[in-house]
Design a protein around this ligand. Structure first.
Ligand code: ADP
Length: 541
């Protein structure tokens, strides 16, 4: 039919074009090992992106080749994102915190031809290099004066070298693969999720909307979520797209002092990350008395955000916390907790209950909770079941797998592996991961609710609840606690504290105190490890 709209493809190249034209002078600030405060503009960044793309072409990288990165949040990683995807190749971000064998497996599975590696990660890669069957070259992300004494590796600044700043980007179909990220895979091998240009552009549009992350050109965005895991929750694309200043904390993402300093000196207004990094920041602020006055909003997700974290941010620092939920397979954002009309009329208790939920899905993400027979459950805020999602930013099948696996058993839907309920306003509440559910006498006990309740005690630094086998109830909850430095707490005091806050049947059968709770490479509590550690634990009669 004649007279339709232009068919300009939704590509990362289009984001780049827009940013260069609309916000050339906006800044990207980053910390790297060779420069404590690197600063340049988007215009300068994209000039180097073009040089890098020319260097990659000269090396022999071709469309759909995989280029691996093992890097922190910084300007060179940013350049790789746009150069590799812009030329039609695939930016494969790899989590440097994984075990070396896992890293080697992922690199080989993805058939990465080149690796771009932060010097801090180089010692790990150097050891596994003989196992990397397809990698033809490794480039260290630094300048000549900071190169370690290593053979057979390139220096990034030299690699870009004198390459031209002019390029004619290929006209890509928006369904071209753009980037690749593997999920941690707590069971079996990690699974690759292959994002398309279209899915990334749509995710940026959907997720930056007012009722989602509400990003704008007035923001200074500091992603504390790593660029090596789901594109820093899409912020690597969405923050430039809206014209925000970007602040990249480099290798110091878990360090409260660095984060506070960056927030204060760069006037950060918006940040996003998993609960553990915010606990580290709040701890530093408590100890140092320092301020984070410019910070307006923090989005917390990746695992359930304890109320104590939300409350402290708001009470002490006037920072508004938005709970969010998503997963690698969803690009990753699915829901963000924003108020709707009438929320301000709720009692403070009801508002707290609402704020603790993971939020509402924005346009582009459809979700439903289903029962064991696969029937959709009512949206009544209490009927819990397996959560399924669909949409143009949801993975249709894992990378290099022959067909749809169990998660895609229902055609057109993806089973998230989370257990949740949805209320009549559309607010999602995750109660557990399916594999972490505690089934006691036929009833599901939410480990997340119990953990949140325990975290409400001022002596508790971190809480995890796991199922322990029980002869009568089949499983019962065990509470594992790490205490804050200088605090004391007994098992009885904790149980007394919980008695007023959770249903009697949910009360943990025992409480154990440990010095540290194990975490996954993406900062979540490693429940499988805890379950192993307490497999033979004898609950009191
Ligand atoms: P992994 O860390 O295992 O590679 P993801 O980063 O994709 O994988 O993690 C996604 C999972 O994290 C979700 O399926 C869910 O279980 C959990 N999750 C994410 N956000 C939240 C949240 N706000 N509350 C509870 N669980 C969450």
């Amino acid at each position: 039919m004649h007279g339709l709209m232009m068919d300009l493809p939704l590509t990362v190249t289009a984001i780049m074009r827009h940013v260069e034209r609309a916000y050339p002078d906006e800044e990207i600030v980053s910390i790297t090992q060779d420069n404590p405060r690197h600063r340049y503009t988007y215009a300068q960044a994209f000039r180097r992106v073009r040089q890098l793309a020319n260097a990659l072409t000269a090396f022999g990288i071709r469309p759909s080749d995989r280029v691996g990165t093992l890097a922190w949040n910084d300007h060179r990683h940013f350049e790789l994102y746009y150069a590799v995807s812009g030329m039609g190749a695939i930016t494969h971000t790899i989590n440097p915190r994984l075990f070396p064998e896992q890293i080697a497996w992922i690199i080989n599975h993805a058939c990465d031809r080149m690796l771009f590696v932060d010097p801090l990660v180089w010692p790990v890669i150097e050891k596994i290099r003989p196992q990397l069957t397809q990698v033809e070259a490794i480039v260290l992300l630094t300048d000549a004066s900071h190169m370690p004494a290593a053979s057979n590796v390139y220096c990034y600044e030299k690699f870009i070298g004198e390459h031209q700043e002019d390029i004619s980007w290929p006209d890509l179909d928006e369904r071209t693969a753009c980037s690749l990220c593997y999920t941690s895979g707590t069971t079996g091998h990690p699974k690759g999720v292959l994002y398309s240009h279209r899915s990334q552009v749509l995710h940026s549009l959907f997720s930056s909307a007012v009722d989602a992350l509400a990003l704008s050109a007035r923001d200074v965005v500091m992603p504390v979520v790593p660029m090596f895991h789901v594109n820093a929750w899409g912020l690597s694309y969405s923050a430039p797209m809206v014209g925000a200043k970007l602040v990249l904390p480099g290798p110091k993402m878990g360090d409260g002092e660095t984060l506070q300093n960056l927030i204060e000196t760069e006037q950060v207004t918006f940040s996003a990350g998993v609960p553990t990094v915010w606990m580290a920041l709040l701890d530093f602020l408590r100890r140092s008395g320092k301020r984070i006055d410019s910070l307006q909003r923090v989005v917390i997700g990746g695992s359930a955000c304890p109320w104590s974290v939300m409350e402290e941010f708001e009470r002490e620092h006037n920072v508004h916390v938005h709970h969010a939920w998503g997963m690698t397979e969803m690009s990753p954002l699915g829901t963000v907790n924003q108020p709707i009309r009438g929320t301000d009329k709720l009692t403070s208790d009801d508002r707290k209950t609402l704020r603790m939920k993971q939020g509402r899905s924005f346009f582009g993400v459809e979700m439903k909770a289903v029962d064991e027979a696969g029937e959709e459950l009512p949206r009544d805020g209490k009927s819990s079941g397996v959560l399924k999602v669909r949409g143009p930013t949801v993975c249709a099948q894992y990378f290099q797998e022959d067909g749809p696996g169990p998660a895609h058993a229902e055609p057109g839907w993806f089973a998230t592996g989370d257990v949740a309920h949805i209320d009549s306003d559309g607010y999602l509440q995750i109660t557990d991961r399916a594999k972490d559910v505690i089934k006691s006498g036929g009833e599901w006990i939410s480990s997340i609710d119990l953990e949140n309740a325990a975290m409400g005690h001022p002596a508790v630094a971190e809480a995890a609840v796991i199922a322990v086998p029980h002869p009568k109830w089949s499983e019962r909850p065990l509470l594992v606690l790490v205490l804050r430095a200088g605090h004391a707490l007994t098992r009885e005091e904790m149980l007394e504290f919980l008695r007023e806050r959770v249903a009697k049947l949910w009360l943990p059968d025992d409480v154990v105190f440990v010095s540290e709770i194990p975490h996954t490479a993406t900062g979540k509590i490693l429940k499988s490890e805890l379950r192993k550690r307490f497999a033979d634990f004898k609950l009191p009669e």
